[in-house]
Design a protein around this ligand. Structure first.
Ligand code: URA
Length: 201
């Protein structure tokens, strides 16, 4: 798929989400003049990161990981020698849940087909999940449900899977937000981020 085709496919997703009136988050979005957050970064990225859902800063700008979790994510990428513009970053849910509550199972189900389509457009070599929600979703999506563990033991582990476009490594990571006030978690994330860089080489 060339660049223009990828751009058009992502744009189509953006328009579909914009018109997603059946979403329980639609009214909250329009009332607050928020913007749906699709993905951000290189359409030819080898590394694909999946967070949970946009927060306020993300919904105001229409871009993922802009607030304090974004600052941490930038630090973690830099610590592993990865440039943010070289990766692709998205979320399972594309609209902000009120007061940053966890996305509901129904919301994850409604928005996850947009994530599946982004994976097929970008065709990454490594999919890194950030936090429990995207880990559970991606492991299940790729038939790894029997390997699911709590994130406290799953983090840093990688699994090879066969996708429709070839072999992919799936890596579970903590969500960067856990490291905002916890130095130990930050050290763990720094160690785990180095694994992703090795997998693409
Ligand atoms: N947390 C997420 O999971 N995603 C974002 O885009 C921002 C914060």
């Amino acid at each position: 798929m060339d660049k223009g085709t990828r751009e058009k496919a992502i744009e189509k997703i953006r328009k579909e989400i914009l018109a997603l009136k059946k979403s329980p988050l639609y009214k909250y979005r329009t009332k607050n003049k928020y913007i749906p957050v699709v993905g951000d970064g290189s359409l030819f990225a080898k590394m694909f990161f999946i967070g949970e859902a946009p927060g306020r800063k993300e919904a105001e700008s229409g871009r993922p990981f802009q607030g304090s979790s974004g600052k941490l994510l930038n630090e973690l990428l830099a610590s592993a020698g990865i440039k943010r513009e070289d990766v692709y970053i998205t979320n399972i849910v594309n609209d902000r849940p009120p007061e940053n509550r966890d996305p509901t199972p129904a919301e994850k189900k409604l928005y996850s087909p947009f994530l599946d389509r982004q994976i097929k457009i970008i065709q990454p070599k490594v999919i890194a999940t950030l936090g429990r929600h995207s880990m559970e979703y991606i492991m299940t999506y790729f038939g790894l449900e029997d390997k699911l563990e709590p994130i406290s033991t799953a983090h840093g582990k990688s699994f090879k899977i066969k996708s429709s476009y070839g072999e992919v490594d799936v890596v579970a990571l903590y969500h960067p937000a856990v490291a905002i006030y916890n130095r130990n978690q930050k050290d763990t994330l720094i160690t785990d981020f180095k694994i992703i860089n090795k997998l693409v080489k």
